[in-house]
Design a protein around this ligand. Structure first.
Ligand SMILES: Cc1ncc(COP(=O)(O)O)c(C=O)c1O
Length: 496
């Protein structure tokens, strides 16, 4: 019965192991006599922190069948494996909180300690399959961010191997309330972004303006579902289907939102998702592109990694091996490509987080509804603050809490934001506000027209009358919700 571990600090501190409730002191990294531990087990455990001689490490493990599972690592009685604290963020109401906890931390430690490959490997493959099955798309390709997911989707549009390839300068419609990397990839692949105004009551694209912006050069729509709220898919699909237009859904803020029983991100050519730290689930950084077509899937795989055939389907690999027998199949570059691969530990994290996604989203919605109910039953606040309208037939997985003030309070929004910050409530504009107003469009000679004041009045209204605050995936206490509402009450009690 030996648990062998390899702690580089073994001579510098005391290490104890607690297995199934039995405690033993480690001697030079080997521990004998732990009862009930299967004899075949040899596990390697690495520990990380800098220590001093008086420190006591306790590894808490349990034996399950033939495996030793690390349950906890304690330094001087304090767990190192608890939910990582938000030490860097002492805010009472932060924009985002840690979504991963002890389970993820332990499994990541075990994965790293096991010596398994850390670069993209089986964990990413498994996560892709599980993610695709969960959202209801046949294929998913994991990348290192949501921005990279948008980049691949746009690169696909102009790729010389894509059957519906777009031409340089073709127009891609995009709502003016969007994220920067909803737009930059369009430009980066040589297409032209054309902004569309939004509906302030839903934050999403205005379908009437969408129709107005269609020209003979329009070839695609980069639809953004803002803050978990679903766009009007019935109308949008009708518009897309009646024009020669491809649909990409930027679902980076809306993972888990559902429209007529279908997950957002699965309606068009591609859907993109972000697993950045503050999003619905996290791989720290990370993203995903989903698609329906096996040929598109292969192109996305090659675009993700160097343009080679290596991760493509067997059929594609064989096709090029046959066509180019003189080229070593391990380095067969049949397409242009980037390197936007994720790491395998991100795949592992994604798999665990995916299992928790529904529960986390339910908690967020519960917090959202509790806060909303208090605002809407407050005699003063209910006359001042508004929430975005949810689309019919849709279930929103809220990303944050978006709030608007009524018209006569718009001028107070800057001081409201300042007060919230002072009162420890982190806040931001609703995404980037009216993105067409960003300096790039004033500085770049080709895009100066976008800054015309009359172009996106409703995106301006979202910008000027709205803000968003964080929505945690842990339940707020009653004190938390009441405390948050009272900060708004205090502000507006004397007229803002
Ligand atoms: C709508 C939208 N698209 C794309 C992204 C980019 O995702 P990432 O931060 O993972 O690159 C974001 C990020 O917040 C986003 O909100």
């Amino acid at each position: 019965m030996i648990l062998e571990f390899d702690i580089f600090l073994e001579d510098r501190c005391e290490v104890r192991v607690e297995c199934d409730g039995h405690v033993t002191t480690a001697i030079r990294g080997k521990i004998d006599g732990i009862q009930r531990m299967p004899s075949s087990i040899i596990d390697h455990v690495h520990s990380f922190a800098a220590v001093e001689k008086r420190d006591v490490y306790v590894l808490v493990v349990s034996s399950q069948d033939e495996n030793v599972v690390i349950r906890d690592i304690r330094l001087n009685g304090t767990s190192l494996m608890g939910k990582p604290s938000n030490l860097s963020n002492a805010c009472r109401y932060p924009l985002t909180t840690n979504q991963y906890d002890q389970e993820e931390t332990l499994l990541l430690c075990q994965h790293i300690a096991s010596g398994k490959k850390l670069t993209m490997d089986v964990m990413v493959q498994k996560f892709e399959k599980e993610f695709a099955a969960r959202v209801g798309a046949p294929y998913a390709v994991m990348v290192n961010s949501g921005s990279s997911a948008n980049l691949l989707a746009c690169a696909l549009l102009t790729n010389f191997l894509f059957s519906k390839k777009l031409s340089p300068g073709d127009e891609v419609l995009v709502p003016a309330v969007c994220w920067s990397t909803s737009v930059w990839p369009i430009l980066q692949v040589g297409l032209r972004p054309v902004f569309v105004d939004v509906r302030p009551e839903t934050l999403n694209i205005d379908e009437d303006d969408l129709v107005r912006k269609i020209t003979s050069r329009t070839r695609a729509l980069m639809l953004v579902h803002v803050m978990g709220n679903c766009a009007n898919m019935d109308r949008i699909l009708k518009i897309v289907e009646s024009h020669p237009m491809l649909l990409i859904e930027d679902t980076c803020e809306s993972l888990g939102s559902i429209y007529r029983n279908q997950w957002l991100g699965t309606f068009g050519l591609c859907g993109t998702y972000s697993f950045y730290y503050s999003h619905h689930m996290t791989t720290i950084e990370g993203g995903m592109v989903v698609c329906h077509d096996p040929a598109v899937h292969d192109l996305l795989l090659s675009l993700r990694a160097h343009g080679w055939t290596r991760q493509c389907s067997e059929a594609t690999q064989q096709q090029y091996e046959k066509q180019f027998p003189a080229i070593d199949s391990r380095y067969m570059f049949y397409n242009e490509g980037y390197n936007v691969r994720p790491m395998d530990i991100q795949g592992l994290l994604g798999r665990i987080q995916l299992r928790k996604l529904e529960a986390m989203n339910e908690t967020r919605v519960r917090n959202y509804n509790r806060f909303r109910a208090l605002i809407e039953t407050d005699p003063l606040l209910s006359t001042i603050l508004r929430f975005p309208q949810e689309q019919e037939h849709a279930r929103a997985a809220w990303f944050g809490i978006c709030l608007f003030v009524t018209e006569q309070y718009v001028q107070h929004v800057p001081s409201l934001k300042k007060t919230l910050t002072e009162q420890s409530v982190e806040n931001r504009p609703i995404i980037t506000g009216n993105f067409a107003r960003q300096p790039f469009f004033q500085l770049h000679p080709d895009y100066k027209d976008n800054t015309n004041d009359s172009l996106f009045p409703k995106a301006d209204l979202v910008d000027q009358s709205g803000l968003y605050i964080g929505l945690p995936c842990d339940d707020w206490t009653q004190e938390d919700v009441v405390g948050l509402v009272s900060i708004f009450s205090e502000f507006f009690r004397f007229g803002g």
